[in-house]
Design a protein around this ligand. Structure first.
Ligand SMILES: Nc1ncnc2c1ncn2[C@@H]1O[C@H](COP(=O)(O)OP(=O)(O)O)[C@@H](O)[C@H]1O
Ligand SMILES: [Mg+2]
Length: 213
């Protein structure tokens, strides 16, 4: 049975597609069957995956699909039986597809940048996860190398009882560079700081899937 992770956050640009792609590719690279589902009508991951098809040899094999609407639940049921991990990218609104993705998930992974705007937008995702009684974990993304915002936002998440993952992703151009090539940073620049961060994220998600995190 797969461990299903819905990467969700109402705010556009928070890093959902980046996190979904990098997490899925990192999990696939360490072995195991991984499916990545694009349920966002903007289809960033569908474009990413099209580029990925040209990267034979560099890209770990992934099962990719873009089911939406009524097809999502059926697709998820089947993948849950066949895969070890299913990672879902979701639309940037608390709409029906985001709700269905969250409903089908074991974990709602909520990326947010350390800013008040991202924190406020997170409330909709927190409410969706709570309504669906789903486990929620926040992931700080685009964390600047310096500044107090990170501590401030971490404190506010704690006050709201939202668990925050220890690994964070820094603000690094390597993420956008790898994405346009259809790769994860672990594939494009395996020795970069960004790759190190993604491997730490992967380890945290594996620990949760094993019931140890
Ligand atoms: N950690 C990061 N460092 C630098 N740029 C990032 C990072 N995460 C995301 N980005 C960039 O921010 C933009 C929005 O990210 P994206 O994953 O598309 O967000 P969402 O799917 O939530 O709308 C993209 O241009 C992406 O390359
Ligand atoms: Mg997106």
């Amino acid at each position: 049975m797969a461990f299903v992770v819905a990467v969700a956050q109402q705010k556009g640009g928070a890093g959902k597609s980046t996190v979904a792609a990098n997490l899925a590719a990192a999990l696939a690279a360490s072995g195991g069957r991984v499916a990545l589902l694009d349920t966002d009508p903007q289809h960033s991951l569908t474009r990413w995956h099209a580029e990925r098809q040209k990267q034979a040899g560099r890209a770990a094999p992934l099962h990719f699909a873009a089911p939406s609407g009524w097809r999502l639940s059926g697709a998820l049921d089947q993948l849950r039986r066949e895969q070890d991990f299913v990672i879902l990218d979701t639309p940037p609104h608390a709409d029906t597809d985001a709700k269905l993705a969250i409903r089908g998930a074991d974990l709602v992974l909520m990326p947010l940048q350390p800013s008040a705007a991202d924190l406020w937008a997170s409330e909709a995702t927190m409410k969706l996860a709570a309504d669906e009684k789903r486990r929620l974990a926040a992931l700080l993304n685009r964390v600047p190398a310096q500044g107090r915002l990170r501590q401030e936002i971490a404190g506010r998440l704690k006050a709201a009882n939202v668990p925050l993952l220890t690994p964070v992703l820094g603000n690094r151009t390597g993420f956008a560079q790898a994405f346009q090539e259809g790769l994860a940073v672990t594939e494009a620049q395996p020795r970069s700081a960004a790759a190190e961060e993604v491997r730490a994220l992967e380890a945290a998600i594996r620990a949760m899937a094993a019931g140890k995190g």
